[in-house]
Design a binder for this molecule. Structure first.
Ligand code: 48F
Length: 258
């Protein structure tokens, strides 16, 4: 006989075990779009303790919607190489262009990353970072609904050796850091440069080039990298997002192991 209280207790106990284990991490990723998920996949695969936080109910960020809600994405030749590593297969459209169903891509990235050991927390938003000795050293987290409702409820905190800002176009974590701490970033101007208009070819290259540590302990990937460092946007071509996530993981793995 199913007991309703046992069901409730099972959920509460298991969830609190997961959250408690995530309070001290090698890497905390903010944002479950393509770059954050791919970074999480490679870090978890390398045996690092890594968790990803996204304030929304569904993980995946901007991939689900393809281009203008047509659920197909395009990956160019440079991005096609990484697809196999992620158990994905593009369909050739014209030379240099591959298409994939965006729902399949999103579901595969989530599944691969979690199977590799990435712990994902949906419905948790990140409001702030922890600073210790002039280094970003963790996250300040709260239920996603709290900020949506505009309530003041004090948050909880976790420590991590690195934080990855994978929050997309708004680069929320880096923006909060600059606003609150007035710090200089490792960018051309020392400030948040801002995303540029559409140029798919340049934007794809920028996304990977701009991926990196912009302040001690804080890296940027995906569109957050372009927003912070001043890259062009590229729309629904996604190779750069996948490669950016991999690059972010490689940089942090190097830092964690040296
Ligand atoms: O925007 P998003 O998909 O990030 P990305 O990896 O990929 C960008 C592309 O999807 C697309 C594009 C490519 O051509 O331009 O837009 O750079 O996903 C960002 C995720 O971060 C979450 C948000 O809900 C979304 O799922 N997010 C943003 N700010 C916060 C956050 C926050 N403060 N706390 C928690 N989650």
């Amino acid at each position: 006989m199913l007991n309703e209280v046992t069901i409730s207790r099972a959920i509460i106990t298991r969830y609190m075990d997961k959250l408690s284990a995530a309070l001290d991490l090698d890497v905390a990723i903010v944002g479950g779009g393509p770059s954050g998920l791919v970074a999480g996949y490679y870090l978890a695969k390398a045996g690092k303790k890594v968790a990803l936080f996204d304030r929304k109910l569904s993980i995946g960020g901007g991939i689900w919607g393809g281009g203008m809600m047509f659920n197909e994405i395009v990956v160019q030749e440079a991005g096609n190489g990484i697809l196999q590593e992620l158990d994905l297969q593009g369909t050739r459209y014209e030379p240099g262009y591959y298409t994939l169903d965006s729902v399949l891509v999103t579901a595969t990235l989530i599944c691969k990353a979690m199977r590799a050991g990435l712990q994902i927390f949906n419905l948790i938003g990140v409001d702030d970072v922890v600073i210790k000795d002039n280094r970003v050293s963790g996250l300040v987290i709260n239920w996603g609904a709290v900020s949506t409702l505009g309530w003041h409820i004090d948050p909880l905190t976790l420590f991590s050796r690195y934080v990855l800002d994978a929050t997309g176009h708004d680069a929320e974590i880096t923006t909060i850091l600059v606003r609150k701490m007035g710090v200089n970033l490792n960018t051309e101007t020392g400030a948040i440069v801002g995303e540029k208009s559409m140029d798919a070819e340049t934007g794809e290259e920028d996304t990977v080039k701009n991926t990196g540590e912009v302040y001690p302990g804080l890296l940027v990937s995906g569109m957050a990298a372009n927003a912070v460092c001043g890259g062009y946007r590229m729309g629904p071509v996604f190779g750069g997002m996948l490669l950016s996530g991999k690059r972010a993981a490689e940089l942090m793995l190097h830092g964690l192991d040296h």
